[in-house]
Design a protein around this ligand. Structure first.
Ligand SMILES: [Fe+2]
Ligand SMILES: [Fe+2]
Length: 463
């Protein structure tokens, strides 16, 4: 059995035992032998998982459980447990090594209790689930997003190499009919480690890069933005790279789209659009033939223009829900397409893009995933130049997840239009600054208009 298959099996067993335990405490007294057996089985599952890692994390996203980074499709018994947890507001459950059967019993009794009988408030019930080896709370964005230091020059070079790699991969795939899996995997490995090293700079590059070669930057950006979202949901390791690969390859079906349609600078005619719309099916077919690539890539290529309200294309795809990787990739895809400069369409300002994504809540995208994307990217992404209401210009240096419209910035140009010798940092979300309330952002500003390179101001910015 492969390492991935083993992890999936382990995660499934754990969740099954978990649900069996909740059921048993609802049916029998805590001292009943069947309850004891169910708790012992669950404790054993945790023990096995804790051999490999100190902590096992279960994340709950959109009625789906992600156990130790493995997203699992919910079966009926398990769904009930997931729903109970979500009803209490639980999004992230961490179980640490040393967990005792008594702690587990207390946990499942609390979870299985009927709210009407327990009489407690939702927050109190959520707090009561935690114990010395169990922490229950909400999902938070990974700390590294803020805590890294920026070596922007190295990251810029890395990003440039990735775009060149994507171009080479595209040309090779176009010539040979399918992509070279080793080149694709190496490219994603490089991007995944760059995101691990310096997520702020990589997100800034993906969110701001100027396009003269849209197809290849789009491949890289969708891969980066998909992985960044997946990381923020607790997905790591092999699975994270599979999400990245799926993002990189989502439009690979376009190698079969005639170049005159692909590069047309005017709006496509209906007939041309119909040809363009074939790329999800073509992509899935191309990737499905490559047994050396993970099947997730073909699934995402097929699904990435399908929406959760069952609109989109290709038509006639039978499905009960969309894969989590597809949903993250679609958000990244729409975001990147809207902010890129195409000949027939001016790039949307970043604040407008977030508003559009949010408008599509529940129709095209899951609202919780869009909300998280907003917390990750901010309304004005890292590296954006913004005009403040006192007239100065500043570069966004850090997103403040609780208030994505009010980030930390580095002020570069003063209200009179003079470039500062010593730029200074401001936290815009605070109530009171040194001289009263901090200024507010009025509008994002195009770097060409501002006349300076914002990324140069990320180096050494207060994290
Ligand atoms: Fe597409
Ligand atoms: Fe795309």
């Amino acid at each position: 059995m492969s390492e991935d298959a083993r992890r999936v099996r382990m995660a499934e067993a754990l969740l099954r035992h978990f649900s069996a335990c909740v059921k048993s405490v609802q049916l029998y007294a805590p001292e009943h032998p069947l309850v004891k057996r169910a708790v012992d089985q669950l404790a054993e599952s945790f023990e096995r998982a804790h051999v490999e890692s100190e902590e096992l994390v279960i994340g709950l996203i959109d009625h789906q459980a992600v156990v130790d980074g493995v997203p699992l499709l919910a079966t009926p018994g398990v769904s009930e447990t997931v729903e109970r947890l979500q009803a209490l507001g639980a999004e992230r459950l961490a179980f640490r090594r040393g967990l005792t059967p008594d702690e587990l019993l207390a946990f499942v009794r609390q979870l299985g209790a009927r709210p009407a009988l327990s009489g407690d408030r939702r927050d109190d019930r959520l707090a009561a689930l935690s114990s010395p080896h169990v922490t229950v709370g909400r999902l938070t964005l990974q700390r590294q997003i803020d805590a890294d230091c920026c070596d922007v020059a190295a990251m810029r070079e890395h990003y440039g190499q990735a775009v060149a790699g994507a171009e080479a991969l595209w040309d090779q795939a176009r010539a040979e009919g399918s992509p070279d899996p080793n080149a694709a995997i190496a490219l994603v490995d490089g991007l995944a480690s760059a995101i691990g090293e310096n997520p702020r700079a990589m997100l800034a590059l993906a969110a701001l890069h100027r396009y003269d070669n849209y197809t290849f930057t789009h491949m890289v950006n969708v891969s980066v933005l998909t992985m960044a979202q997946a990381r923020s949901l607790g997905i790591t390791g092999t699975l994270l790279r599979q999400f990245g690969l799926a993002g990189l390859m989502h439009d690979i079906g376009k190698i079969r789209t005639p170049a005159e349609i692909l590069t047309k600078s005017d709006r496509l005619t209906d007939a041309e659009f119909a040809v363009m719309m074939r790329h999800p099916l073509d992509g899935a077919e191309i990737l499905r033939r490559r047994l050396d690539l993970p099947p997730l890539a073909a699934v995402v290529a097929l699904e990435h223009h399908l929406r959760i309200d069952r609109t989109g294309y290709p038509a006639g795809v039978e499905r009960s829900s969309l894969n989590l990787a597809t949903q993250l990739c679609s958000i990244a895809d729409v975001y990147d397409a809207m902010r890129s400069q195409r000949a027939y369409q001016r790039a949307f300002p970043t604040d407008r893009i977030m508003a559009v994504l949010q408008q599509h809540d529940r129709k095209r995208f899951d609202d919780r995933l869009v909300r998280r994307f907003g917390q990750l990217m901010g309304v004005y992404p890292i590296g954006n130049i913004v005009r403040l209401d006192n007239g100065s210009l500043a570069v966004v240096t850090r997103i403040h997840a609780p208030d994505p419209a009010r980030p930390a910035v580095r002020v570069v140009v003063d209200p009179s239009g003079k470039r500062l010798d010593r730029p200074y940092d401001l936290a815009l979300w605070t109530e009171e600054g040194r001289d009263g309330p901090p200024p507010r952002i009025v509008v994002p500003v195009d770097p060409d208009e501002a006349g300076f390179d914002p990324l140069a101001y990320l180096d050494g910015a207060a994290a």
